[in-house]
Ligand binder design. Sequence first.
Ligand code: C5P
Length: 226
Amino acid sequence: MEQFVPVITVDGPSGVGKGTLCARLSAHYGYHFLDSGALYRVLGLAANKHNILTDEHALTALARHLPVSFKDGQIWLTTENVTDAIRTETVAAFASQVAAIPSVRTALLAFQQDFARLPGLVADGRDMGTVVFINACAKIFLDATPEVRAERRIKQLKNQGLDANIDQITKEIRERDERDRNRAVAPLKAAIDALIIDSSNLSPDEVFNQAVAWVDQRCVDRQLIV
Ligand code: C5P
C-alpha cells in the first residue's frame, strides 16, 4: 500500500526568511528538509569552476549527475565541503542563471522528489508547490518587500562580521527576483492553493505560528484519516 507522505512546501523570493521558517517547521514536525536553492547554488558553483555556465548541454549533463550530498547540515560537492562557499551573492547569481534553463530544471526534478520520505518533508524553494511537489498537503508562499529583505540580509551579514551596502544588496535582490519571476519555466509565483504570508511586518514567531496553524489544518488531520 502506498503511504501518504506529508509534504510542506515553502516558496518565495530571496531573503524572505524561508530558511528560518523551514528549519523551525522541520524541527517542529520532525520532518526531513530539502533546500532546493542549495542544489542550484552547488550546480552554479560547479559550472563556474568547469567554465560551462553558458553551455546548456554540459550544464544539463552535470545536473543529471550532480555529485552533491547533504550530511549533518553540511553540503558537499564530491569531497569538497561547499557549505559556506555557496552562500555568496556571486554564486546566487550563477544559481539563478543556470536555474532559468528548462533542461537543467528537468534534470534535477527526480532528485528533489526523492526527498519526500516518511515521516514527511519540508521543501524550500521557488517552485516547490507549483512544480516539484504539486500534491503537497500544505503550501506556503512567503513574501516581503525588497527593502525589508535587504535590511534583514544586512543584519545577517553584520552578525557574521561582514560589511555590506544596503543599496547594493537591494539592487541584487531586485535583479534576482526579476530573473526568477520572469523566466519562462517554473517562474517564481504562489501556487493557487498556497497560503500567502506577507512577513514584512511580522516577527519570525508570528510567521511560524501562522504556518503551523495552516499545516495542522491541511496535513495533520489528513494523516490521521489515512
Ligand atoms: O533560495 P536560494 O537563494 O538559495 O536560491 C538561489 C537561486 O536558485 C534562486 O535565486 C533561484 O534562481 C534558484 N532556485 C530556483 N528554484 C528553486 C530554488 C532556487 O530556481 N526551487
